[in-house]
Design a protein around this ligand. Structure first.
Ligand SMILES: Nc1nc2c(ncn2[C@@H]2O[C@H](COP(=O)(O)OP(=O)(O)OP(=O)(O)O)[C@@H](O)[C@H]2O)c(=O)[nH]1
Length: 496
């Protein structure tokens, strides 16, 4: 089950409970069972789900609750808190798979989790933020590991170190770290082996590399597509090395991403990033709250604003947000948005974060066509006058003689120009609803969503998402019951 579907099922279950006039044990059980089914189908650990259910029931004692208490609010709040916190005890998965532990273990040793790819993604991410990263290949086990790292690093213009002849990974690690420290690098990433003849040897090697390089942080890179088998892996790693953080890869298109929750639970370490594709920039910072938020289909805007921060120079950000929140969406702003989108990297990732952009302009799996379309639109806009680009008067823009002139000027058909204007109208409608949002202070983009009330949220959500949430009334109810009318309160309990 993909994450969006899981989110849909959870919010529908909550919505159903919300629609009941009386909340008794039966209604609570139905809601919890539906959430349980959805989580299990997403391969979240059985024990984790079971204990979440038990905890909710323990906390929510329906009979003891004094009349007048808002039971729904309590149930939903507990649910989200449980979901955000994870379960410390965890346990070996009991559902699905049908493989023995040994089979699962040997499988994960055979397959690459995406560690080398992730090292470069991690370095590239911080390089774009102004750090000076370097990569060290201490994977002497897999033939070709150094070449792969070298190739990736060269592409990203990141210095690298490795050896074709040295067989001691700890030695390479130390040499690489020393060299890059001398060169003034402030983020040195050591890629270690992900496979070995035996699991024990792999852990021993990691311990040695860790002891000799004395890292500030050990990151466990985990393949999200293995589902709940992640629990055993995460536990084994934690017991061998001081795992400080987790990165879950292959979250794109894999149904078992929910298993990531199990890994957090097992290692008690935060997931800091997720990998969402094979390319260098298919990598997203991970936070519990926005993740839960995305499960419910609401977290997109926050991520988009973070992306904007990445690619737009700091001094231009307030100006852009000012324009967007003034509700004066002109063709020039659309042009600038297109430029930003093309700069921001993988289109599907960026577009899916912007309300209204994903489905129509960018159907999944058709990135090339979408880029071509955006470029075509921009080319037509290049044939427009400043007045046309800066007006928000749609009538002026759709004047037939104007359309003809733009079509001729850009060598495009009338239909092309009309299509571009339709796109503008659609986006203008969505963005005009952002009007009145308070502009966040620099470095505090999340306050944008904090300042958003239910009505603004409901206006910018894509219609299908809004329907899923039960319309404006549904959002209002959900938020009211989660704590207050304030959107982020819904996610109380998750780590910031
Ligand atoms: N779809 C998808 N593929 C990924 C992602 N991250 C890595 N991959 C692919 O997974 C495969 C294995 O990646 P590597 O980086 O070589 O894995 P590794 O963990 O270094 O391998 P070992 O060190 O041999 O264990 C490659 O084909 C990558 O392109 C991701 O987030 N999504």
């Amino acid at each position: 089950m993909v994450l969006a579907e899981l989110g849909g099922r959870i919010s529908r279950a909550l919505q159903q409970m919300n629609n009941s006039t009386v909340i008794d044990e039966k209604v609570l059980n139905e809601c919890l069972n539906e959430i349980t089914r959805a989580l299990l189908q997403s391969d979240v650990q059985f024990k984790m789900v079971q204990s979440m259910q038990a905890n909710i029931k323990k906390i929510v004692n329906l009979e003891d609750l004094a009349a007048g208490h808002n039971k729904r609010k309590i149930i939903q709040q507990v649910g989200v808190e449980e979901g955000c916190d994870g379960d410390e005890e965890g346990g070996v998965g009991e559902v699905g798979g049908g493989e023995t532990e040994e089979e699962e273990t040997s499988k994960w040793i055979r397959k690459g989790a995406g560690k080398t790819t992730t090292c470069t993604k991690y370095a590239y991410h911080y390089q774009r933020k102004g750090w000076k990263p370097a990569l060290v290949c201490a994977d002497t086990f897999r033939a070709g590991a150094f070449d792969q790292l070298k190739q990736n690093a060269t592409k990203a213009k990141i210095p690298f170190y490795g050896s074709y002849t040295e067989t001691d990974p700890a030695k390479i690690g130390v040499e690489g770290v020393e060299r890059f420290k001398k060169e003034g690098c402030d983020l040195i990433i050591v890629d270690t082996s992900g496979r070995h003849k035996q699991e024990a040897a792999l852990f021993e090697e990691m311990r040695q590399v860790s002891e000799s390089t004395n890292p500030d942080l050990v990151i466990f890179v985990m393949d999200g597509s293995i589902g709940q088998a992640a629990y055993d892996q995460a536990l084994a790693f934690k017991q061998s090395v001081a795992v400080g953080a987790v990165i879950v890869t292959k979250m794109d298109g894999h149904a078992k991403g929910g298993g990531a929750l199990s890994a957090v639970s097992a290692t008690k370490s935060p997931i800091i990033f997720i990998g969402t594709g094979e390319h260098m920039d298919e990598f997203e910072a991970f936070e519990t709250k926005p993740f839960v938020s995305r499960l419910l289909g609401l977290g997109d805007l926050h991520g988009f604003m973070d992306k904007i921060q990445d690619v737009i120079p700091a001094d231009q950000q307030p100006e852009l947000l000012q324009k967007l929140t003034e509700g004066q969406f002109t063709l020039r702003i659309m042009y600038e948005q297109f430029q930003n989108i093309l700069k921001m990297g993988p289109l599907s990732q960026v577009m899916s974060m912007i309300p209204g952009f994903s489905t129509e302009l960018m159907p999944k799996g058709r990135e090339k066509e979408s880029v071509a379309k955006i470029k075509k639109f921009m080319c037509m806009m290049d044939s427009m006058t400043d007045d046309e680009l800066d007006t928000s008067n749609v009538k002026t823009l759709t004047d037939p003689s104007r359309i003809l002139r733009v079509a001729r000027g850009s060598g495009r058909s009338l239909r092309d120009v009309q299509e571009m204007l339709e796109e503008y109208k659609r986006l203008a409608k969505i963005w005009s609803k952002m009007k009145g949002l308070k502009i966040p202070k620099k470095g505090d983009m999340s306050s944008l969503s904090r300042n958003m009330n239910c009505q603004q949220m409901s206006r910018i959500l894509p219609p299908e998402m809004l329907r899923k949430m039960g319309g404006l009334g549904g959002i209002q109810n959900l938020m009211k019951q989660m704590g207050s009318g304030d959107f982020p309160n819904m996610f109380k309990g998750g780590g910031d």
